[in-house]
Design a protein around this ligand. Structure first.
Ligand SMILES: *Cc1c(COP(=O)(O)O)cnc(C)c1O
Length: 477
């Protein structure tokens, strides 16, 4: 008897699959004409599943995917998408995701091809970020999860092996961590989750370059030590989410080693300036001296969501934090149960998808230098956007352009508070461009984070022009 969950007719399945592939290629090819659009109510309603769904078969399901799902994307494949920090995606992702779905590998461990691919990809990451070959790493959903993994290892090193069984409070130590005031919320969440407590994240103000002020940092560490607390980690930001600023990684590496602290780098998107041309590459000088780095493939590297990495210099600290292999996961000397270490020894997930394949295929397909070129171009485009904004009387920059993020808005001091959020929405509905907003100096500003390999200089100019047009219409009706 055939499986109730396999196609009745593989030839019919093949034609449905080929037709779907053609639609996907057409969608990627016409990315310029496919901005974000709101999901109509009846479409959203149509996603509802009945308790006893009858099943419509592959051909009809493929048609439903094309007409009711595919058009309602986030819009980040469009060349004028600059909101939040959203990667663009890659045509290679379409190929690798097909193969990953076909293989259906479980990368929690064992001895099979997908695990070797993940190791190869992580070795490439170690090369890029000047990490030693004996460092360990694991692919996770994104930087948020990678930060949990890295800071858990830092906590383990600070409190010793017994903390794993006894819990954080048994040591009697109150751990404290230090980061730039503009640090991403994922760091605070990670500290909450690992039992340190978000309030023990000390937010250090930025100096004139947008980096953590080293004397303020030194003072905060000393004050905590004097008060009997236990400083354990410095979290450096390599590319801040609000304005794209970078901490001085070499300076922080010196300080962390003097103070005996774990240096973690949040390099979600910004770590990848390691591949950029000078003068941008220098932004991440010293990154190879960190104890851990968290970064994403799904932002500036454009690999389809979701795809992040935690790299940990001290493999022993990494496995001491996570390894726990009961009898049913015992290591075998050969066969499928061999292949130590397993990725489940490096994080919280036991079952893991073949995330590595889309990143590996991307690097294999386009080559390292193509990514460097795209990243360099985005930074140049952010600076171009900055110059165009400064040339407009009606606009001003809210912060200097430091890398690929531009915060700007109306130069009119009378512009009402909600104006920039309104402009952002108007541009989104018009399909002209996607910008998001952030708060600087107590005011909401427009924000463009350029991590888009499809953006041309003309897209940058068109976006600035569209903002000017809408602002003019709004400020002087
Ligand atoms: C996006 C981002 C994060 C969180 O990463 P996810 O991949 O979304 O989990 C952390 N830090 C910075 C600077 C970011 O831009």
């Amino acid at each position: 008897m055939s499986s109730p969950l396999d196609p009745d007719d593989w030839d019919d399945f093949a034609s449905a699959a080929h037709a779907l592939l053609d639609e996907c290629v057409a969608a990627l090819r016409s990315a310029d004409d496919r901005p974000w659009q709101p999901v109509p109510g009846e479409i959203a309603e149509g996603y509802r599943l009945a308790r006893d769904e009858p099943g419509i078969g592959h051909s009809e399901a493929a048609e439903a995917l094309v007409s009711n799902v595919l058009p309602y994307h986030t819009g980040n494949t469009h060349p004028r998408f600059f909101g939040w920090v959203h990667g663009t995606g890659l045509a290679s992702g379409l190929l690798s995701e097909m193969v990953a779905a076909t293989m259906n590998s479980n990368c929690g461990g064992r001895n099979h091809g997908a695990v070797y691919v993940e190791r190869a990809l992580l070795d490439w990451c170690k090369d890029v970020f000047d990490f030693p070959t004996e460092a360990s790493g694991v692919m996770v959903t994104g930087t948020s999860q990678a930060t949990v993994i890295a800071l858990a290892a830092a906590r383990q090193r600070a409190l010793g092996p017994s903390s794993r069984g006894d819990g954080v409070s048994a040591s009697g130590a109150q751990l404290a961590a230090y980061a730039l005031d503009g640090v991403h919320t994922s760091t605070q969440k990670a500290l909450e989750l690992i039992g340190v407590g978000g309030a023990w994240l000390r937010r250090i103000p930025a100096g004139p370059t947008g980096a953590m002020d080293p004397s303020e940092l030194g003072r905060a560490i000393s004050a905590d030590r004097e008060a009997g607390r236990t400083p354990f980690a410095v979290i450096a930001t390599a590319g801040s989410v609000d304005i794209g600023s970078y901490d001085d990684l070499d300076g922080l590496a010196d300080l962390a080693s003097q103070e005996g602290l774990w240096l973690h780098v949040d390099g979600a998107f910004g770590a990848w300036t390691r591949l950029a041309a000078e003068p941008w590459r220098h932004l991440t000088n010293g990154i190879g001296r960190a104890d851990s780095i968290a970064f994403d493939f799904h932002k500036w590297m454009s690999v389809p969501y979701d795809c992040g990495v935690a790299l940990i210099r001290d493999q022993t600290a990494h496995t001491a934090t996570f390894s726990n292999r009961p009898a049913y996961l015992a290591y075998q000397s050969g066969g499928l149960g061999a292949g130590n270490p397993w990725f489940c020894d490096y994080g919280t997930d036991l079952s893991r998808g073949f995330r590595a394949l889309k990143a590996w295929t991307a690097v294999k397909t386009y080559g390292t230098s193509a990514f460097g070129e795209a990243i360099t171009r985005n930074i140049e485009q952010a600076h171009l956007m900055g110059r165009l904004i400064e040339a407009e009387d009606s606009l001003m920059l809210a912060a200097p352009v430091r890398s690929n993020v531009v915060c700007f808005g109306s130069s009119s001091p009378e512009a009402p508070g909600g104006l920039h959020a309104e402009v952002a929405q108007t541009l989104q509905y018009a399909g002209e461009a996607v910008l998001s907003t952030t708060k600087i100096g107590g005011r909401v500003w427009l924000r463009a984070a350029i991590v888009n390999h499809r953006t041309t200089d003309a897209d940058i100019a068109a976006t600035v022009r569209a903002v000017v047009n809408h602002l003019t219409g709004m400020v002087e009706p």
